[in-house]
Design a protein around this ligand. Structure first.
Ligand SMILES: [Zn+2]
Length: 348
């Protein structure tokens, strides 16, 4: 989660000269009023206190101090900045922009009153809440390899926010949730859509599941705007997970979301391979902002030698038996979603 991921992405897009006619702005810290619409006031206060006192007696209770959420200097302000960036992106859309991007956001594991999985404040939820000021229905689409558990949980009973997450099965990866049977609660039943995939899943199977399960529900729901979490960790080179996507396969999902033709707030997310994250986010930027980018990266880009091209030449090798296991798993998920979620949206 080092800021180098963001810097390299920005450098790559700058080398492409991709920011013409696009407003680039520095983030403001997220106001506390917006944080407490998503998180408990006790948690927000605790983050502030723990940032100043790493020996705070309740640090552990609020999720800090473990391997995933170490306490670091400036933690409260840094968290307010990435959250403020996503809030500003949502505000831009509320004010009429078709697309806005907050690359430092997408911290989807943060809970109501607990930090988790590298995430402190849930900027995705803050952005969704902001969009709801203008739109009656908004959708959250999460293509990170990990389940978007924090966002799902925060809107689990809310039928005005459809959450969609395609991720490596929780049986094999953090955070362990995201089964297709998790569809919402109370009035929100049918408005949480979970599409787990089996380790080893490659482009065709992943995309087919997204297209056959997520797209009809999204079209039927007809959101006024979308928050798109662009985790890149489903790439085959990612060290934290075992899904086998190529950059170009992953990008097809971004194009599908764009085909909904509604305003998009695009957020960053996971992705831990330093040569894949910048090119995948740059490619997503190119699609979303309609800026054509050459397949070969600019020679002026200082990481040109380690990132010579946007896309992957040779997809990973998947054995026929592994492919078949992945296909069967994905078919079962599709059937379950068709049984439990489709009817709620008038689909069969
Ligand atoms: Zn992730």
């Amino acid at each position: 989660m080092r800021p180098e991921r963001l810097r390299r992405t920005f450098d790559l897009l700058t080398a492409y000269d991709a920011f013409h006619g696009i407003e680039v702005s520095a983030p403001e810290p997220c106001p506390e009023e917006a944080l407490v619409q998503i998180h408990s006031p006790q948690f927000v206060l605790a983050v502030k206190q723990i940032a100043e006192d790493p020996h705070h007696p309740h640090a552990h209770r609020f999720g800090f101090g473990s391997g995933d959420n170490p306490i670091f200097p400036g933690m409260y302000n840094a968290s307010r900045l990435y959250t403020g960036a996503s809030l500003q992106a949502a505000q831009a859309v509320v004010q009429g922009a078709d697309i806005a991007m907050s690359i430092s956001g997408g911290l989807h594991h943060a809970h109501f009153d607990c930090a988790a999985g590298f995430c402190i404040f849930n900027d995705c939820a803050v952005a969704l809440r902001e969009l709801r000021r203008r739109y009656h229905r908004v959708a959250y689409i999460d293509i990170d390899v990990h389940h978007g558990d924090g966002v799902q949980e925060l809107f689990y009973s809310d039928p005005s926010v459809l959450t969609v997450s395609i991720h490596q099965s929780g049986r094999t990866l953090f955070p362990g949730t995201g089964q297709p049977e998790e569809t919402g609660t109370g009035g929100g039943v049918g408005f949480s859509l979970n599409l787990p995939v089996w380790p080893g899943t490659s482009d065709a199977v992943w995309l087919h599941l997204f297209e056959a399960a997520a797209m009809p529900v999204l079209q039927a729901f007809a959101p006024g705007a979308v928050v798109l979490q662009l985790g890149t960790d489903a790439h085959f080179l990612d060290p934290l997970a075992s899904v086998n996507l190529t950059a170009q396969g992953w990008l097809q999902a971004v194009r599908l979301v764009q085909s909904l033709q509604v305003p998009i707030v695009a957020l960053g997310g996971g992705g831990y391979c330093p040569t894949t994250v910048p090119r995948m986010w740059a490619a997503a930027f190119g699609v979303l902002f309609n800026v054509p980018l050459n397949e070969e990266t600019p020679p002026a880009f200082k990481d040109h030698n380690s990132i010579p091209a946007l896309f992957d030449g040779t997809p990973p090798n998947v054995s026929p038996s592994q492919q078949s296991v992945c296909e069967q798993f994905s078919q079962a998920v599709l059937q379950e979603v068709k049984r439990s979620v489709f009817p709620i949206h008038g689909l069969s």
